[in-house]
Design a protein around this ligand. Structure first.
Ligand SMILES: *Cc1c(COP(=O)(O)O)cnc(C)c1O
Length: 374
């Protein structure tokens, strides 16, 4: 590096006669008239302010500036901004996992004594949070069939503060009756949270008025399709109401649900190819569903884009005629046939995730949903 590029701190040390040179942290930012096209990674935990008055102004929001990475950092802000734009949200938070995002919404709104109604078909770990964790905090939980709007509405009662649903359920790929659920929550003053992981903003945007009233919260496991390469664990949650959005930030920072800068950077990189990956993945899913449906030994294929799907009409309306990137199917012959199939599918990793650049195979009964009853 040329003399020109040396920082002030190092140059001022040059006169020292001893030949031991300890390196100063500050400085050595090469001067450049041009800016990087790709976001820099900012792993710094702390940000130094010029003086106490400036720090006061930062904490009081009069000037912008980072302080401490658990409270916010540039890569978090860059990723949140992009996801906000995709979801039509403002002030969303990035969390260290999708489950942290589900937890952030729960922590932001629920108090001891509240009642929560959730779809009976949810991501397995979300169901475990509702079954094992929320009751310990004094929150009562009722599960209701999200495909039956009247049944779901009937589960709302005095003291119900929050409802949680997935539009397309994992792994059964049933489609929630969003119009009826949204209307019932609106009528009863119940906040509605939608886990939009399976649908992504391409198929569904919970905070937009769609077939029914908009939801109050949208939640993502960024780990899946959005980051898209199975090398990042992250979540995202956003609220329609600015006060609720501020609560989300508060609980994320206070409970330490904060994401790592490198993970945010990788996820941002993933987002740049999200549209292309989604379209290709959806086309592959549709072709695979049709292929599987024609095979002997396949008992049932569940794909929202197929006419034989139990919620096909609702899927066509809610998802704009698209079927999404997930296919479920049932094999005849039980566990032995499942294992035989997994051995035969040599080039498809048997891995409990989804939304990777390659096709993966999952068996919910032995992975994501293993904690649940038959
Ligand atoms: C994976 C998943 C989650 C949890 O996300 P993590 O990033 O694994 O914590 C939540 N909801 C749905 C629908 C998921 O598929």
């Amino acid at each position: 590096m040329s003399e020109d590029h040396r920082s002030e701190d190092h140059r001022s040390d040059d006169h020292r006669s001893d030949n031991h040179r300890s390196v100063v942290r500050r400085g050595l930012r090469p001067r450049s008239a041009s800016a990087p096209v790709v976001s820099p990674i900012s792993p710094s935990v702390v940000y130094a302010s010029p003086d106490a008055d400036t720090l006061d102004a930062q904490y009081e929001g009069r000037v912008e500036g980072w302080t401490y990475a658990r409270e916010g950092h540039p890569n978090w802000a860059i990723l949140a901004d992009k996801l906000d734009w995709m979801e039509g949200a403002g002030g969303g938070v990035i969390t260290a996992s999708g489950m942290a995002a589900v937890g952030a919404v729960m922590k932001a709104v629920l108090r001891s004594g509240d009642h929560l109604v959730a779809g009976s078909q949810l991501y397995g770990r979300s169901l475990r949070m509702l079954r094992d964790e929320l009751p310990r905090m004094g929150v009562e939980v009722t599960l209701a069939d999200p495909t039956d709007g009247a049944a779901f509405a009937g589960a709302l009662r005095q003291g119900t503060r929050l409802a949680l649903v997935e539009v397309v359920s994992n792994p059964t790929l049933r489609i929630a009756d969003m119009a009826a659920i949204g209307a019932a929550c609106r009528a009863r003053g119940v906040l509605l949270a939608v886990d939009n992981t399976f649908t992504t903003p391409v198929l569904y945007r919970p905070l937009d008025p769609g077939v029914g009233p908009p939801a109050d919260f949208t939640i993502h496991s960024v780990t899946k399709m959005l980051a898209g390469h199975s090398d990042v664990t992250l979540g995202y949650a956003a609220a329609r109401d600015p006060g609720q959005a501020a609560r989300l930030t508060e609980v994320t920072v206070t409970w330490g649900l904060t994401p790592s800068p490198f993970d945010c950077w990788l996820a941002e990189r993933g987002l740049h190819t999200f549209d292309l990956r989604f379209e290709r993945s959806q086309a592959n899913a549709a072709a695979l569903a049709d292929h599987l449906a024609g095979l002997a030994g396949v008992e049932a294929v569940l794909y929202p884009g197929r006419a034989d799907h139990p919620d096909h009409a609702r899927a066509a309306q809610l998802l704009g005629g698209r079927g999404g990137t997930m296919v479920s199917f049932r094999l005849a012959g039980g566990r032995a046939e499942v294992n035989r199939f997994l051995h035969a599918a040599r080039h498809i990793p048997f891995a409990p995730t989804l939304g990777d650049v390659g096709t993966t195979l999952s068996h919910p009964a032995s992975s994501s949903h293993r904690g649940l009853s038959e």
